[in-house]
Design a protein around this ligand. Structure first.
Ligand code: NAG
Ligand code: NAG
Ligand code: NAG
Ligand code: NAG
Ligand code: NAG
Ligand code: NAG
Length: 380
């Protein structure tokens, strides 16, 4: 994606810096990106290191004007009285995130398909994107389609499809004689994913679930079937299978692949220095600063490890720490089923920032990075 933002920094930075950028793009799984950096001597900017600042110009849209928000996420509609949580902006330490521009997003993705693949956190993410886009083009023609596995929203005037494919584990579950088998070595949905232009994967929420919330009866790997196994080991194997799928099937000149970092929940107050607190019900403010007291969840290191073994480019949408800081951003009891939910996120709210980050990453589409006229002017 050629971009105005690219061009503006290309004016400013010298050849060596752009070469550095290209090198940093080539190194896989690097989350570092050069973007509106206001420290000219430091050059590289990590979008994911920063803190939350109060900004009255947020939220980016009015959730009451966004159609079809699921009852799980529509906090205002279900009575959330406080508003501060809507007006925090993510401020990276050494650069600025571009403000989300929905029209620009649609123009850049013209004729393309973006698909979220994963559990209900993916649904949360996608619904925020739809609100952001619909707020930007309120009168455009939209077609909605859905069935048990897919839902899609097509912005007809731009030819852009935003799709969701529910897949709690990414790998397959197949019904066999003995029951439902979670196949850690098998990904059959890959044939559908291959044709998509932008893929955003996520899985984690369901790996430790047991009882009625466990969607399988057996696990299969290496042609062996077991009743259960260490869930983290299972997660790692499945993710490794997914990584192999990326390496063998994705055409990086067509498809840009993102993996969403672990989305944290807030049920253990000791994680944010409030021991004894057992949910997010009273939380009205983010954690101050850039460090979350309990650090990254253990699974992040597994994710990081597997992603680093993938040879093709996969962009980590590293939302974990910035989301951990947002203990105030969950629906808590303000949702349409009246349970306490400190796992999902209010819309409007935190997932809007995930989409701002996605937008920033897409603007900086590393695989597409080509010489621009401005590059030539500075002699590249
Ligand atoms: C800019 O970045 C450099 C290198 O990381 C650092 O030493 C310097 O203090 C930074 N300057 C400002 C103004 O933040
Ligand atoms: C994700 O971001 C956090 C916060 O900046 C950082 O601590 C962590 O190392 C990052 N993870 C990866 C894989 O870059
Ligand atoms: C759901 O819709 C998709 C895309 O329109 C289609 O390919 C798929 O076969 C449908 N699945 C079912 C179960 O109807
Ligand atoms: C499982 O068995 C099939 C057929 O017996 C074989 O082709 C395949 O390589 C085996 N897979 C693994 C992971 O051992
Ligand atoms: C947040 O932390 C910063 C330094 O990390 C400090 O200057 C500021 O006063 C703190 N704000 C609040 C509200 O605690
Ligand atoms: C990223 O760049 C590639 C290579 O030029 C291009 O084919 C692809 O469509 C771009 N991705 C997006 C989302 O525009």
């Amino acid at each position: 994606m050629g971009s105005g933002v690219h061009r503006s920094y290309c004016h400013v930075y010298a050849a060596a810096i752009v070469v550095l950028l290209i090198l940093s793009c080539i190194s896989l799984a690097s989350s570092e990106t050069l973007f509106h950096d206001h420290n000219k001597s430091s050059r590289r900017c990590d979008l994911y290191q920063g803190s939350w600042v109060y900004d009255e110009s947020y939220p980016l849209y009015d959730s009451s004007a966004c159609p079809n928000i699921r009852k799980e996420f529509d906090c205002k509609k279900y009575g959330r009285p406080d508003d501060l949580y809507l007006s925090y902006r993510w401020q990276p330490n050494r650069c600025d995130l571009p403000r989300f521009d929905g029209q620009d997003f649609l123009r850049r993705l013209k004729g393309k398909t973006i698909m979220f693949v994963g559990d209900s956190v993916s649904l949360n993410h996608m619904q925020s994107l739809l609100c952001l886009l619909q707020a930007a083009v309120p009168n455009s023609n939209i077609i909605r389609q859905s069935n048990a596995t897919f839902s899609s929203v097509i912005f007809q005037d731009y030819g852009v499809s935003v799709m969701l494919m529910t897949s709690q584990y990414l790998v397959d579950i197949e019904v066999e004689n003995n029951g439902r088998v979670l196949k850690l070595d098998s990904i059959k949905n890959g044939d559908i994913w291959k044709d998509i232009d932008v893929l955003v994967f996520n899985t984690w929420l369901w790996w430790y679930r047991r009882g009625p919330k466990q969607l399988w009866d057996y696990i299969e790997y290496d042609n062996e079937t077991v009743k259960d196994m260490d869930r983290m080991v299972a997660f790692r194997r499945a993710l490794t299978t997914w990584g192999k799928w990326v390496d063998s099937e994705v055409d990086p000149t067509k498809t840009t692949v993102f993996f969403q970092g672990i989305s944290p929940s807030h049920y253990h107050g000791e994680d944010w220095n409030e021991p004894g607190v057992t949910n997010c019900g009273m939380e009205k403010l983010p954690v101050n600063g850039s460090k979350y007291p309990s650090g990254l969840p253990a699974v992040s290191y597994v994710l990081q490890d597997v992603l680093s073994s993938i040879k093709k480019p996969v962009h980590l949408l590293n939302i974990t720490t910035l989301s951990q800081l947002r203990k105030d951003a969950h629906p808590s009891s303000y949702n349409g089923f009246k349970g306490m939910d400190c796992t999902h996120w209010c819309i409007a709210g935190l997932p809007d920032t995930w989409n701002q980050l996605l937008y920033a990453e897409l603007l900086n589409n590393c695989t597409e990075r080509k010489k621009t006229k401005e590059d030539e002017k500075v002699g590249i």
